[in-house]
Design a protein around this ligand. Sequence first.
Ligand code: SIN
Ligand code: FE2
Length: 210
Amino acid sequence: MNPAAPRIELGAGAFHFPGLLDRPAQEALLAGLREAVRVAPLFAPRMPRTGKPFSVRMTNCGALGWVSDAAGGYRYQPTHPDTGAPWPPIPPIALDAWRALSGVDVEPDACLVNFYGAEAKMGLHQDRDEETFAAPVVSLSLGDACRFRIGTDARGGPTRSCRLESGDAFVFGGPARLAFHGVDRIHPGTSTLLREGGRINLTMRRVRAF
Ligand code: SIN
Ligand code: FE2
């Protein structure tokens, strides 16, 4: 991890850390994720009720994983929806980033891993399926850059955007914990980390009260 990484505030409680992970750290994290995906393959989550698939594919690490399907809606569960197996552990580099940036003395119990192809995006939403909002969301980006957008906790409120590059972290907590956020677009071909292109985002969260 790069201790000299700058911290850029994008509204109260929302911070961008460009270049937190140097290239060797990115490669080590990627190796950990490849191992995780072997145990817990990427799956295509579906919207509650309509069953419309998300444009991102997902998996999880940690005690609890975030899943979504037509019948059950958004939820956390301790097992993979297709294999029924427990989720693999959160990669150590990701845990290091949480410890450095979260400001809380508790471990994350969930790490959602999103994979974005060139055309994928994520609409503005709140992360609010957790039992507690006392810990921030700590996000790490690998691979192609994206335009990330974050607003307030009111839908339709003002938003700001920034470009997240491979190795960047983004943290939103406190007054920004329930801020609407999303990914407007991927910038294909902007990173050499993933041989096939695309973007990976990890979001670590504390789901259970502490
Ligand atoms: C998310 O909100 O689940 C993902 C955010 C990102 O991909 O940067
Ligand atoms: Fe989110």
